[in-house]
Design a protein around this ligand. Sequence first.
Ligand SMILES: Cc1cc2nc3c(=O)[nH]c(=O)nc-3n(C[C@H](O)[C@H](O)[C@H](O)COP(=O)(O)OP(=O)(O)OC[C@H]3O[C@@H](n4cnc5c(N)ncnc54)[C@H](O)[C@@H]3O)c2cc1C
Length: 387
Amino acid sequence: MPATLLETDEHQALRAAVAAFGRRYGRDYLTRVQEEGGYPRDLWLEAAKLGYLGVNLPERYGGGGAGITELAIVLEELGAVGTPLLMMIVSPAICGTVISRFGTDAQRAEWLPALADGSRIMAFGITEPDAGSNSHRITTTARRDGTDWLLTGRKVFVSGVDIADATLIVGRAEDARTGSLKPCLFIVPRDAEGFTRRPIDMELRAAEKQFELTLDDVRLPAGALVGDEDAGLLQLFAGLNPERVMTAAFAIGMGRFALARAVEYARERTVWKTPIGAHQAIAHPLAQAHVELELARLMTRKAALLYDAGDDAGAGEAANMAKYAAGEACVRAVDQAVHTLGGNGLTREFGLASLVTAARVARIAPVSREMILNYVSHQSLGLPKSY
Ligand SMILES: Cc1cc2nc3c(=O)[nH]c(=O)nc-3n(C[C@H](O)[C@H](O)[C@H](O)COP(=O)(O)OP(=O)(O)OC[C@H]3O[C@@H](n4cnc5c(N)ncnc54)[C@H](O)[C@@H]3O)c2cc1C
């Protein structure tokens, strides 16, 4: 395929190389790792060595010097061949972006080369049990003790804390001038005293586990605060747009994987005179799923393009819309894929049924379908708020 306006020859070469790399490991590798309760560390490390995980990070810190566009291509293609790496959404995309844009020189030097070469992973915790979608309500609080910080609070559903060397925790610190609480980001090492985790028993077949976290007066040095104390909200938003673009890429990859399995099956399976794929009741929903995934891809491309061009505000709307479109397209593609396989859609051998649950993650996290529709209602359409 020739280079298009949307993707350069380099982008298409990257897609092909990542897909070939993921295929070398294959779906069976990931299934085995999941069943053993492990983490696909070999895949992670080799992807990093090939420059895929740090493709968006600055070159002077060992990254590829490209953008979220390229990182999203990597995640989508890994997903499309059945070997997605969920922690890419968190470690290089959110944490890598926030640290490279706002971290101190010391934080950049300590973390970026390690995030790029895969030797260290960083998780991200914002969700709280009593706040959920309403992140304005988070209560994890940082108070000063000399030059240190003491962090106290609870987080829930935080992915990959067990395999992450540290978690980027969104808390609140008291503003010395106004006394009000403002958002701040802290790097909390996995083994910090007072930082405990409990795995949540999820009905998800995935290598990445979710955790409930308790922070009980976790003592952190001044250098654990990311960047500037007064720019917390700006820093947070800088990480959230890449998170939405990457979740969209994750969902599109999963949708493409499921759709490809279903199309392959529908071409062969014959129970009347023709393969089931000739019946329009099977063909049309598959065609529709393909159209919806392509539309979501286009919006994801737009969001990544705006983000990489430095338009944070434009990227905000586009990234939310891309995440919405991709989550919905993924849920429908997986649903139709399972249906296309009939009884085989529910067997472990064909491995599609577990994607029904996995696909729902893209509708719920990191921001739910309803909260995106709220955002579009208020921000794009100017409608009044109900809350
Ligand atoms: C697999 C998985 C991995 C995750 N990983 C992480 C992670 O690494 N780090 C992290 O911080 N979090 C993580 N999360 C948490 C995720 O971001 C939250 O689950 C999500 O933001 C929704 O919050 P909640 O679960 O508290 O739902 P709630 O906020 O309780 O919402 C429940 C339902 O009510 C709806 N609702 C809420 N308010 C409104 C409203 N105003 N209008 C209309 N509808 C509304 C929601 O759309 C949703 O359908 C993860 C979640 C999952 C499932």
